[in-house]
Ligand binder design. Sequence first.
Ligand code: PMP
Length: 381
Amino acid sequence: MPQEKLLLIPGPSPVVPRILEALAWPTVSHVGPEMARDLQEACENLKRIVFSANGEPFIVAGAGTLAMEMALLNTAGPGDRVLVLSQGFFGDRMAQICQVFGLEHDVLASEWGRAVTPRQLDERLKAKNYNLVVCTHVDTATGACAPVEEYGRVLDKTGAIFVVDGVCATGGIAERMDAWGIDVVLTAAQKCLGTPPGLAILVFSETAMEKRRGLASVPAYYSDILRWLPIMHDPTKYFSTPCVNEIRAFAEATRIILEEGLDERFERHDLYAEAIRAGLTDLGFSFFTDPRFAASTLSVVRYPEGVEDKAFRAGLGGNGVVVAGGLGPAAGRVFRMGHMGNLTSAQVRFAVEAVEKTLAGLGRAVRPGTGRAAVDEILKA
Ligand code: PMP
């Protein structure tokens, strides 16, 4: 096996041996009993992960972008008006998807590093009616987390369908579909859920299902949830061959999440974010994201004066940790470090030590143990 580096990009996240082993189980029939059992268990577990009592889950081969398309195509049709709340790269992608499918839409955007506030949403909704409101829970380019629960409260009496892109949040940050009035959570396997990339994952509320049933048709075949619904209810039926191994590995991933406990898992994400940020702060770094909006699933980290992006990331890679560069206006000025999924405290410590070693290797004066001390302080609490 090639030597493994600690993968701390903002997804895919590191995959634990239990899930890798499940991925390597012998391929079984896509309509056989093993697959039926695992897909149904994955669907039930997924509903628990997004706190939906009566939602309809969809788990299909693809990625987050397919899930974005499926969410929009199955809830908006001709004559509907969509409001896209964008805090960066992936909100803008949502708007591009609306554009491609000819959906009437407006974008309400925040500055990079922040999110649209509930008050801004409220003001917009007073000025204009929308049938659908779409937001990105955590924008992976900016590290900003949207106040989804508060959006839900604002939307409560409007009757608009509320779609949340949870690709960088689901399973790491709470998404309480029923309590917050979310109609669709869309996500992907490779981030907080801890499975290798390869799945588009969605849960539709009863209201969202009604909306789909009310559309005469959708301009898609594979992405039409009504073609998938019979398979999700009875996986021994056929529509299009599901990715058997990936789905069984995802079922294992959902078991791991529920074994940990959802609240415990969300708290662990908060704790690791705090520890990593304390360690990096003591090493001289600062942060791109407005702290009021900082997500617990990744950090967008500004370099100290004189530390060059490419040299730093190459050095860090040499010390065993892979991080990502910045996107858009932050490119070259920041690196992005994911800290989501099934990460351990030992990996958090290893990552901060590797950053310290990298700075020393670049000739910076760092007192040995600086970052690690801050991390230990938080993790032991
Ligand atoms: N939404 C968000 C918030 C994302 O972070 C990503 C991927 N980084 C996507 C959508 C698109 O997912 P994918 O790359 O799996 O198509």
